[in-house]
Design a protein around this ligand. Structure first.
Ligand SMILES: CCCCCCCC/C=C\CCCCCCCC(=O)OC[C@H](COP(=O)(O)O[C@@H]1[C@H](O)[C@H](OP(=O)(O)O)[C@@H](O)[C@H](O)[C@H]1O)OC(=O)CCCCCCC/C=C\CCCCCCCC
Ligand SMILES: Nc1ccn([C@@H]2O[C@H](COP(=O)(O)O)[C@@H](O)[C@H]2O)c(=O)n1
Ligand SMILES: [Mg+2]
Ligand SMILES: [Mg+2]
Length: 202
């Protein structure tokens, strides 16, 4: 759903992208720095219970995933390497965010249900992009579904921030549950679209 905001994000990010390019910063550097920042914050501040600060930092750093692509396109430097690096490091960032929540809930957060649901989001959320990557590797497409990456991040980050400002933690439990279900549906949607393409080709 949020993928529709790509055009808007490009317009918002363009001045910053141009300024960074002018200073000699490469898209790859932004991809790597943004991922390292998300991973460090998620695995450090979530397990220690700093839910609000961690979420605000992660949301800011996660936006570098829009920035790097804008930079690559503005500089005419979009490359297969860049696409591979971007997608691979996205998986690390996603894994760190949900792992940080798992560590919190099974640690001092002391909520096994929320921890289990965060774990389900971690696993199902890694199958969603795998299905797309495998489809694309086989010459098909599968970039469909109700819970693509930007949707998953927006949902979990918003709910975590709300709990971080003091709202009941059941909000995050419910959102994690819905997100796990939405991720599973997205996997099924991607399998269905690949199956349809295979059938149409045979
Ligand atoms: C009480 C306090 C409340 C405060 C709440 C704060 C919480 C924060 C809430 C929301 C923040 C959302 C952050 C979301 C960041 C998303 C980043 C992102 O994914 O953007 C880039 C992305 C590009 O996608 P890629 O093609 O690089 O990625 C592909 C994707 O990962 C696929 O995964 P799959 O879908 O399959 O699971 C992979 O398969 C594929 O391999 C991979 O390549 O997407 C976009 O560009 C889409 C638009 C993103 C929209 C983000 C919305 C952000 C909302 C507000 C922004 C405000 C702007 C401020 C800018 C300030 C700049 C100076
Ligand atoms: N270091 C990078 C990062 C990205 N790219 C190119 O941008 C595309 C992804 O754009 P997003 O707006 O979705 O981040 C990616 O497929 C590459 O073509 C790049 O070249 N180098
Ligand atoms: Mg990117
Ligand atoms: Mg990306």
């Amino acid at each position: 759903m949020l993928n529709r905001l790509r055009g808007f994000m490009t317009r918002v990010m363009t001045p910053l992208a141009d300024a960074l390019l002018k200073r000699g910063v490469s898209p790859d550097a932004v991809t790597i720095a943004g991922t390292v920042a998300v991973v460090v914050v998620a695995l450090w501040l979530y397990p220690t219970g700093h839910l609000l600060v961690a979420t605000l930092l992660i949301a800011a750093f996660a936006l570098t995933d829009s920035l790097d692509g804008v930079m690559a396109r503005r500089a005419g430097r979009s490359s297969s390497w860049g696409a591979f690096l971007d997608s691979t490091l996205d998986r690390l960032a996603d894994a760190a965010i949900f792992s940080g929540l798992v560590l919190w809930f099974f640690g001092r957060g002391d909520d096994a249900l929320a921890g289990g649901l965060a774990l389900a989001c971690l696993v199902l959320g890694s199958v969603v992009p795998y299905a797309r990557a495998r489809a694309e590797g086989l010459g098909m497409t599968a970039s469909v579904g109700i819970a693509e990456r930007a949707d998953r991040l927006a949902a979990v980050l918003t709910a975590t921030a709300l709990v971080g400002v003091g709202l009941p933690s059941v909000i995050l439990t419910v959102v994690l549950g819905l997100l796990a279900v939405a991720s599973a549906i997205t996997v099924v949607q991607r399998m269905a679209t690949v199956r349809a393409q295979v059938r149409a080709a045979s």
